[in-house]
Design a protein around this ligand. Structure first.
Ligand code: NAG
Ligand code: NAG
Ligand code: NAG
Ligand code: NAG
Ligand code: NAG
Ligand code: NAG
Ligand code: NAG
Length: 437
């Protein structure tokens, strides 16, 4: 749908209807999206505006309640119309949440834009001026991705910070993901997004995958094997604006994004269970004002898939569901706590309850996190740094009810949930390294 027709459609609907309305979105999301959906899109967006994109991975060791999160990204603003360009280049972040050992850390490196390239569809590389590859995402086929990285003594000049670790901590990883389920909800929004405001887009192309390889921290090697003891998640985000409150309004906690993930691995892949959900409320522009978006893919097993999509602009909700109607898609946040870390203060909800309902299913995920489950992942853009509080290995009650029969299909408490609260908190971060590659 072209941008003009979308806007005219919205104006027409708004004119002829009173109060809130739901309008069906055509079709459904893209199941098992091919590599092209994961592509680097900078050249497709406006040359005169800043642009960001990142690819994020979470490797989960179920037996040890140990989690690794790896983000490869780029944030570009030089040579654009913006006057506020502090963060231009590429960043790679590596974090650990070990709930058993009660240990958390994260290390970020920041590189000049010339040290970064994307070849082919999304073969992201950070290379030194010798062309030695330091960090890489290597897509092999639609379902297979190899991710590697090497934070060594040779890259110490590129360390932005190490939070909970010494700056010279050496970390290496080399992991191959084999996708089980993936979903891309926003296919039909790509064109309007490009033409309009470049609101953050989200592609959950591998929400559960088998994974094998290793992670090495200060010489200690952790072997990751391709069995149900380990799983990996992978997604990508891009856009021209990050979620934010309306201008001149006091910051408000509701203009946040949320990410909700529960996966129950199975040795028999046709019985793998996985739910990914994401929500976000942001100010877009003077025309669209605020946008509220909610997306979820629910795989009860390899053959039973429920998906929900909803986007609200003005008072109009555009939605779709592959199981009749979208009856409910809500997030309730509670148990707010003030946290103070090396970046400052923030107030986050430790409990988030997601309720989703279609014609035949009622799904709830009740995330009960502890402060120790979180790292504050940082996403720099233009002249600010967005905080993404990411809880990994969170105790979560999952209940799936088949409405017609009243049958409880799942009622489990998993300790491997993933939950986020992302918001543009005031933050103090060290400056990016000035003497970098
Ligand atoms: C690095 O690789 C690029 C692209 O393949 C090439 O143009 C450049 O000459 C190489 N630089 C060095 C120092 O080898
Ligand atoms: C990481 O980089 C160091 C220093 O350049 C090198 O000696 C080492 O072999 C690399 N390790 C891996 C796993 O790539
Ligand atoms: C895997 O699960 C499917 C669906 O429940 C079942 O039909 C199949 O027999 C199972 N395969 C094995 C090897 O157990
Ligand atoms: C949305 O609807 C509410 C009440 O129905 C109304 O007060 C508000 O002005 C409407 N907002 C927009 C942007 O149309
Ligand atoms: C968090 O801090 C704010 C501002 O200092 C305060 O108003 C609020 O009561 C605190 N909340 C909690 C849960 O401690
Ligand atoms: C964080 O909050 C504490 C207690 O409310 C306050 O003393 C401190 O100044 C705050 N720090 C920052 C960086 O805002
Ligand atoms: C799920 O299990 C819990 C604990 O066993 C129980 O209290 C609850 O009633 C169950 N919920 C449903 C919908 O069966």
């Amino acid at each position: 749908m072209a941008m003009q027709s979308l806007v005219f459609l919205l104006v027409a609907i708004n004119y002829f209807t009173v109060g809130s309305t739901a309008v069906p979105l055509p079709g459904n999301g893209v199941l098992q999206p091919s590599l092209n959906y994961q592509r680097y899109r900078q050249h497709e967006y406006k040359k005169y505006l800043p642009y960001y994109q990142w690819w994020y991975y979470w490797i989960r060791d179920n037996n040890n309640d140990r989690h690794y999160a790896i983000a490869y990204g780029t944030t570009l603003c030089k040579h654009t119309d913006t006057k506020v360009c502090m963060y231009d280049g590429a960043a790679v972040g590596f974090s650990v949440v070990d709930n058993k050992r009660n240990f958390r850390m994260q290390k970020y490196e920041f590189y000049d834009r010339n040290a970064f390239s994307v070849e082919g569809i999304f073969n992201y590389k950070i290379h030194a001026n010798t062309n030695r590859t330091i960090h890489e995402i290597l897509p092999i086929d639609d379902n297979t991705f190899r991710i590697s990285g090497n934070m060594s003594k040779d890259t110490i000049d590129n360390v932005w910070f190490c939070d909970g670790c010494p700056k010279d901590l050496e970390i290496q990883w080399d992991l191959t993901l084999s996708r089980i389920y993936g979903w891309y909800a926003q296919d039909i929004f790509e064109e309007p997004d490009r033409v309009l405001e470049g609101v953050i887009m989200w592609d959950t192309y591998s929400h559960t995958a088998e994974v094998e390889g290793f992670v090495k921290i200060k010489g200690e090697e952790f072997t990751i094997t391709k069995d149900a003891g380990f799983r990996a998640y992978g997604d990508s985000n891009w856009g021209e604006i990050m979620p934010s409150s309306p201008p001149k309004q006091k910051p408000n906690a509701k203009y946040a994004w949320g990410w909700y993930y529960v996966n129950i691995p199975s040795n028999n892949q046709s019985q793998e269970f996985s739910i990914i959900a994401g929500t976000g409320l942001t100010y877009a522009d003077a025309l669209l004002k605020t946008m509220d978006a909610r997306f979820s893919d629910i795989r009860l097993d390899a053959t039973t898939h429920i998906e929900l999509r909803s986007v609200t602009v003005w008072n109009i909700t555009l939605d779709s569901c592959n199981d009749g109607k979208l009856h409910r898609f809500d997030v309730e946040r509670s148990n707010w706590v003030n946290v103070t870390d090396s970046f400052g203060n923030a107030t986050i909800p430790l409990r988030q309850l997601v309720t989703m309902e279609s014609d035949n299913y009622l799904i709830t995920m009740d995330f009960k996190s502890l402060e120790t489950n979180y790292n504050r992942l940082l996403f720099a853009f233009m002249d600010y740094v967005f905080s993404d509080f990411e809880g990994l290995g969170v105790s979560t009650d999952v209940v799936i009810i088949e409405k017609v029969t009243g049958k409880v299909l799942r009622n489990e408490t998993v300790k491997s949930g993933g939950v986020e609260y992302g918001y543009r908190f005031d933050i103090n971060v060290p400056p990016v390294p000035s003497k970098y590659l």
